[in-house]
Design a protein around this ligand. Structure first.
Ligand SMILES: [Zn+2]
Length: 211
């Protein structure tokens, strides 16, 4: 690819294709799989897939900082950790575009501000509903929370099954990847970290369903 092509590529990438172009791409993939996109059972499929993609990847339309924008400073001296555990998420591996299904445990130790708990779940979704790698998603969730709330510490654990591992490649269903990011007190203070790990029951957590 020469320099000029590269520039055009970058410009094109920033402009969303039309619905028609998206459906055309699905038809191409159906043909690539070996089927006929014009047969009756598949005729509506490109439109359905295009719609499904708007939902699968809705995270691109939301700003995580905006979600966290409303914080509450009246915490009445509450200074214990806030933990939301077992937040189910569905994401999509950026290497194969197949699902990553798992759960997140998100915690922080408030300094001055707290945020509504539903916002923690939405924060996970905003980053999940994109093309992802789990390690990056873990960092993004933790860092967003840390930036907005400026708490004494943040902890995020993600555990997920990757369909690119279970349905293709090495074919290992049931394996789950665990990633974590610990900031502030969760990183520096072993007793804080231990308390968090025991709250989320990390050592005794039930296995993920095979997916
Ligand atoms: Zn993959």
């Amino acid at each position: 690819m020469n320099k000029r092509d590269n520039q055009i590529g970058a410009e094109e990438a920033s402009i969303r294709p039309t619905r028609d172009q998206a459906e055309q791409a699905v038809r191409t993939l159906i043909r690539w799989a070996g089927d006929n996109p014009e047969r009756e059972g598949l005729i509506q499929t490109p439109a359905r897939v295009a719609r499904a993609y708007r939902e699968f990847f809705s995270g691109y339309d939301s700003n995580p900082m905006q979600i966290l924008a409303t914080t509450f400073s009246e915490v009445d001296g509450y200074d214990e950790m806030v933990v939301l555990k077992d937040i189910r998420f569905e994401s999509y591996c950026e290497h194969h575009m197949v699902p990553i299904i798992g759960r997140a445990h998100v915690a922080y130790l408030p300094e001055h501000r707290v945020v509504g708990i539903s916002k923690l779940a939405r924060l996970v979704d905003v980053y999940a509903k994109r093309l992802q790698i789990q390690e990056k998603m873990t960092v993004q969730i933790a860092d967003a929370l840390n930036t907005v709330l400026q708490p004494k510490g943040v902890a995020v654990i993600l555990e997920a099954a990757h369909q690119c591992m279970s349905t293709r490649g090495v074919h290992k269903p049931g394996a789950s990847l665990v990633t974590s990011r610990m900031l502030g007190a969760f990183r520096d203070d072993p007793s804080t970290r231990r308390e968090f790990l025991s709250i989320v029951g990390h050592s005794t957590i039930a296995p993920l369903p095979n997916s």
